[in-house]
Write a protein that binds this ligand. Sequence first.
Ligand SMILES: *[C@@H]1O[C@H](CO)[C@@H](O)[C@H](O)[C@H]1NC(C)=O
Length: 281
Amino acid sequence: MSPVLKRPVVLFMGVCFACVILIYYQSSHSQGKPHYSGVCNTENVNSAVMDQDDPCILSLLRGQYLHPPSKNKLSLEAPEVTNPSMGQAQSILEILKNKENGFFVECGALDGELRSNTLFMERNLGWEGVLIEADPKNFLKVQEKNRRAWTVPACLSTSSSPKTVVFKQAFNQGRISQNQLDDQNRVGSVQVQCFPIYSILAALNRTEVDYFSLDIEGDELAVLKTIPWNNVRIQTLSVEFIHDKEGKDQIREYMTLQGYEVVKEVTDPNWLANDFIFNKI
Ligand SMILES: *[C@@H]1O[C@H](CO)[C@@H](O)[C@H](O)[C@H]1NC(C)=O
């Protein structure tokens, strides 16, 4: 090669090398999608493609959906009941050896008291946490209890993005409608905004959870499947298995693949509990 040509060739090769390094660096560090840069309201988070922890989703959650823990005195209907849980909380605390100052997630929270799986931990063991309740009627009752936990009036997404759904209100048996079109104008149906559970945790700056109580009348497996398990550490869960259309065995199999063992099943003769108790091995 003539000396006149040599220099541009070396320069060209150098530039190519730099480009390859840059592309490699970007693809391994940006973790996929760039952040969304438009306006952040429910319409946009529901339609744009975003990561579950996109700053847009987090700012919407922090601005409109995360209600801080109450500073007022706990206001219960049955303060004399020591632990209203039907056995789930007792089993979890056995695994966690009555851990103090833990962090819980409970969904659905119902009224924040009846058969609550997290009230005992908050009241007696100094836990903090987040109560998530989709039914607006129930959510009002949750707030009246003055729980020392974050409260979120939303449903949990059954896919990895936020979305609005038709929710059928039925106190402790309310759930996301199985037939969105037919139910949308029915009495007792409301539109509710859902967020992925990981978005809610990210908005709270939380990656570690001691106990996740999941009882949402049938969408449990779909919600579990949205969790990016490498980004969070959830030590224990109780998961209701009786209403899930995909079935009990699938929930157990899926959780086993995520590194959990079934410690026990908590059941009740009156169907007030039908839960797996999972522990991260
Ligand atoms: C989480 O972190 C953000 C940004 O640092 C902060 O603005 C927000 O108040 C924090 N939220 C909570 C619940 O700690």
